[in-house]
Unconditional design. Sequence first.
Length: 425
Amino acid sequence: MLDLKFIRENAGTVKHAIEVKGINLDLDELLRLDRDLVALKQRVEAMQTERNANAKVVPKATPQERPALIQRGKDLSEEIKALEPALRAHEEQLRQLLLRVPNIPLPSVPVGKDDSENVELRREGTPPAFAFPPLDHVELLERQGWADPERVARVSGSRSYLLKGDAALLEMAVLMFALDFLRGRGLTPLSTTALVRPETFVGSGHFPGGEDQVYKIEGEELMLAGTAEVPVNSLYAGEQLSLDQLPMAYAAISAAFRSEAGSAGRDVRGLIRVHEFRKVEQYVLCRADEAEGLRWFGVLLENAEALLRALELPYRVVQNCTGDMGAGKVLMYDLEAWVPSEEKYRETHSCSYLGDWQARRTGLRYRDEAGKLVYAHTLNNTGVATPRILVPLLENHQRADGTIRVPAALRSYLGGREVLGVPMR
């Protein structure tokens, strides 16, 4: 959410952000509603002022004047009461429009309509050159008996997954390694629920607009979050923090659920795009300073890159264009790991800086050096998400006999084993 005063004074800039981010919002309608609301409030305030002045006159009035003054006070009260529903309706309409106003992207962000216009910044690592025909992750799982897609589909429907044996251990090893790694870099581990109230999605900026991506609990005011960013972003909602409490940096692990509405036919094979998964999310609350926010952006990005390097995965860094960065973000980079079976890079991490856009929605402020209340800045980035990360992990580290070489960073989590699986060729 942007400050209304900023929107009024920078309408051209906000309109440009709406256009380049592809947001369905008429800013002229918002500004008209704002003017109408201001006029309505002024009208109500004028009547309240008159009523208060009238009330002060009544005790001093003559017996002949008093009945008319009393009646005028009653008439003013009735008129004010009659205007209250319109005032509340205007306020709610304006609030709903304000929730759709996007944040202003940094000048360095490339303008583009979707992910096809993202900009590759660099590549790290070298894709493996196999001396044998490599298998994709689904074939590797099936040959080792590490998955049972048909049975789990009968239990949970399509786009669900089940891992067995060493694959299940590998998934847990990756998650624990990510938590330990990020803890070693100063982030506080946090285990959180995926069950959240609807207003937390508003606070994170996923609502309005992303309602079709969320699973709802029938008969309850609860929904299932698709990332720990959602609950963690609202942990301090409505609070006033002191400066010495910042920054707060978390490595939050949780289950995650996404309906993936509208993605039929895309990336549905194996572990690429499933409805339920597990994720370690990096999340930061920091001072309302762009330089500080960009510093943390670099920290979170480097953490994610270091994790990919530790997993010995080739990857590339991509800067998201305006049409692929979401409404609330001022800057966003994706990390994409190499998937040998597809001979392409696939997104595994998204690093985002949102300025005070989320904190304004949750009412999270702190007192700065001068004692002034200001809204904090927020950032987030994937630590690791399973099972998606297993796709490049299995494929890049497969051996000719169908076994999987374990990266050195994971071996202590797997009893020192250097290879998973039994030879199949």
